[in-house]
Design a protein around this ligand. Structure first.
Ligand SMILES: CC(C)(COP(=O)(O)OP(=O)(O)OC[C@H]1O[C@@H](n2cnc3c(N)ncnc32)[C@H](O)[C@@H]1OP(=O)(O)O)[C@@H](O)C(=O)NCCC(=O)NCCS
Length: 162
């Protein structure tokens, strides 16, 4: 059995930045939702890989809230953090801020939660290291994520599959 060293959320968190180009926008000049989802999935996967030290796949995009539009020319700041760890899965939270570098304005535009699953060489789910939240914020995220993970599992177990 592999020794899985517990890790802090800060050890795997990923922060990155993009510039919104016209090709990523809809006809109204704001970022296309699909482009934002692609960025979110990418940073969430990188955070999951860093935590697990394994290949990861997205099992589900559990929630995504588009609070504010993002405009062509805005800089987009994405931060992904592993909130909670099950046995082989991780809940990753992603916050997307839009920043207008000219006006100096920065607002939270989108938030999302995703479930990433670590895979072994045989492409089957494998256990991941425990997560150890340290700050009050990390503890709040951990507690909230635990409630969401439990609720999702219950829902999946109750819904009949074809
Ligand atoms: C994700 C995947 C590996 C799960 O495989 P599986 O055979 O259902 O595995 P298990 O039943 O052992 O579940 C593994 C973990 O995934 C979680 N999981 C499975 N299906 C899930 C779902 N729909 N939503 C959220 N979590 C899910 C389980 O709760 C479990 O977590 P735990 O170990 O922390 O308790 C498999 O469904 C898969 O490969 N899907 C395709 C992934 C993909 O191609 N993504 C897009 C590109 S990255």
């Amino acid at each position: 059995m592999e020794n899985l060293r517990p890790k802090k959320p800060s050890e795997s968190a990923v922060t990155t930045r993009y510039l919104v180009m016209p090709g990523q926008a809809n006809p109204y000049g704001t970022a296309f939702g699909g482009a934002i989802v692609a960025w979110i999935d990418m940073v969430a996967a990188m955070a999951g890989q860093r935590h697990a030290g394994k290949e990861v796949v997205t099992a589900s995009i559990d929630s995504i809230i588009f609070k504010e539009p993002i405009h062509i020319g805005d800089q987009v700041l994405l931060k992904a953090t592993v909130n909670y760890v099950g046995r082989t899965s991780m809940e990753v939270g992603v916050q997307v801020c839009r920043e207008d570098p000219i006006a100096g304005e920065k607002v939270v535009a989108t938030t999302a939660h995703l479930t990433m699953v670590a895979l072994g060489e045989d492409k089957k789910p494998v256990p991941v290291a425990p997560i150890v939240p340290e700050s009050d914020e990390e503890k709040r995220r951990f507690d909230n994520a635990r409630i969401r993970v439990k609720a999702r599992k219950e829902l999946r177990s109750k819904i009949q599959q074809p």
